[in-house]
Design a protein around this ligand. Structure first.
Ligand code: CA
Length: 490
């Protein structure tokens, strides 16, 4: 058994040249060699912004870059054929493909309808402002460019709960359609956070339930993906995805991995969502991301011993997908909270080398973000190698100091020379005694991050004293393992 590692294979500012799927196919072998065995691809269907769309402004989910809609046949990433080829190329390398599922909202309607609506207070969406009124809402989705191929389903106002624009009055607001209620089992930020943007799907409406299942089955049959990344789950009635995932798994006849994006610092909300979904998916560890941010921006005064407190990785590691950054947290984006460069190697050592969940590596950290002149995270490729080959066996935790914290992996028989010691600090240089295992007594270990030149010898009691430089991470491997890493990189 090898450690699983996910990569989010896009960042927000990829060039709009339609070459991403081809690049992905061309890189599939390199990704496997890098230790990646799961890839999350961006939304593949046509967005309202056509070939400029990152994919979250969903227009037509049956148009994977095949129809002349929104000013383009291809999407930002390429054509349908290129997409399917990218998926096949990844799978041929043994890499599982997760597709991005965006079911909360639609944008770029083909026409407007007159509907009765009540305007709600944006800070408390259960509070109505004034009287019901007639608005002109962009709710007609006919897909004339597709002409009914794959599905003749057309969206109308009855399929939606609300919108944020009255075309008649040329006015922005939160408009809930008459006769509709927001979902009750939902995130309660802003009173009720069912509504996020665009026209909001009414996921209780029987035609919507049927159509989203029909589409999902069509998508599974077409793409043959291995699992899903579910967008914006806190804005969709919590019962919806539980049933949708059941239907998809029943249709596919296999266990499809799923990870949801529940954007909240409050781990209790994540736990409640997991409970409601009967633990049928994992969630990105958003609280841990924010702990990384706090640790990286507290001038060395963050209490590192509490790094995992109230995080999903700390409370339910089997259902956590720890990550460092993503397309929303990068500079210029909606949830901007980018982890400062100095802390990135520390954060990646934590998510990649501990025995917790399936970590997700961000494309922008792996390849860099040219748009912002951000370089790839130094040492990330090396940490991925360490994860794939040496980060195995029993875990020892030493989060017992406000600054210098660390952990060990004792290694196992299945992976030659496996075992690692990791020490990091948000403050000045330091050291710590950690237990590597008595079976390793007398062995020498080296820091492959290159900060500490001296080797360390494991004592007869299985303990050793490791050092770390200021504001950095040291990753100690047995000599043979370290030599393997260096030779491979030569
Ligand atoms: Ca919603």
């Amino acid at each position: 058994m090898k450690n699983h590692t996910m990569m989010q294979y896009f960042e927000w500012y990829l060039p709009e040249n339609g070459l991403h799927w081809r690049r992905c196919a061309a890189q599939a072998e390199e990704l496997r060699k890098a230790g990646v065995d799961m890839v999350w691809l961006p939304p593949a269907y046509k967005g309202a912004a056509g070939a400029k769309s990152v994919g979250y402004d969903v227009y037509d989910m049956y148009d994977l870059g095949e129809f002349d809609q929104k000013g383009s046949v291809r999407t930002k990433y390429g054509t349908r054929e290129e997409y399917l080829e990218a998926v096949r190329s990844l799978q041929q390398q043994g890499i599982k493909v997760l597709t991005d599922i965006v079911l909360n909202h639609r944008m770029g309607a083909d026409g407007a309808e007159t509907v009765m609506a009540e305007e709600m207070l944006s800070t408390d969406r259960d509070q109505e402002i004034g009287q019901d009124r007639q608005i002109t809402a962009w709710t007609r989705f006919d897909f004339p460019g597709r002409g009914g191929k794959y599905s003749d389903f057309q969206w109308r106002a009855r399929h939606f709960s609300g919108t944020d624009w009255d075309e008649g009055g040329k006015r922005k607001g939160i408009f809930r359609f008459a006769g509709k209620n927001w979902e009750r089992k939902i995130d309660h930020e802003n009173g009720n956070y069912d509504y996020l943007m665009g026209t909001d799907l009414d996921t209780d409406q029987p035609e919507v339930i049927r159509e989203t299942a029909d589409w999902g089955k069509w998508y599974l049959d077409t793409v043959q993906m291995d699992g899903f990344r579910l967008d914006a789950v806190k804005h969709i009635g919590f019962d919806f995805y539980r049933e949708w995932l059941k239907a998809m798994r029943a249709h596919a006849g296999r266990e499809l991995f799923a990870v949801g994006e529940y954007w909240s610092k409050d781990v209790n909300r994540l736990k409640y969502y997991l409970d409601t979904l009967e633990h049928s998916l994992s969630l990105f560890d958003v609280p841990l991301h924010f702990h990384f941010l706090e640790a990286a921006t507290s001038d060395g005064n963050y209490d590192m011993s509490r790094l995992y407190e109230n995080t999903l990785t700390g409370l339910d590691p089997a259902h956590a997908v720890p990550f460092v950054d993503n397309h929303d947290t990068q500079p210029g984006q909606a949830l901007y909270s980018f982890i400062p460069a100095w802390f990135k190697p520390l954060a990646y050592a934590l998510i990649l080398l501990r025995d917790t969940g399936i970590p997700c590596v961000f494309y922008g950290d792996y390849y860099g973000i040219p748009h912002d002149r951000t370089a790839p995270v130094p040492g990330l490729k090396r940490l991925l190698k360490v994860r794939e080959r040496f980060a195995y066996g029993k875990e020892g935790l030493f989060f017992d100091d406000p600054s210098v914290v660390g952990f060990t992996r004792e290694g196992d028989a299945e992976h030659p020379d496996s075992g690692a010691a990791v020490l990091l600090t948000d403050s000045v240089a330091g050291s710590k005694r950690m237990y590597m295992g008595q079976q390793h007594a007398g062995k020498h270990m080296m820091d492959i991050m290159g900060e500490i030149p001296e080797t360390v010898t494991v004592g007869s009691d299985g303990w050793a004293e490791f050092r770390v430089g200021g504001g950095s991470v040291s990753v100690w491997l047995f000599e043979n393992a370290a030599a393997d890493i260096y030779i491979e990189e030569m």
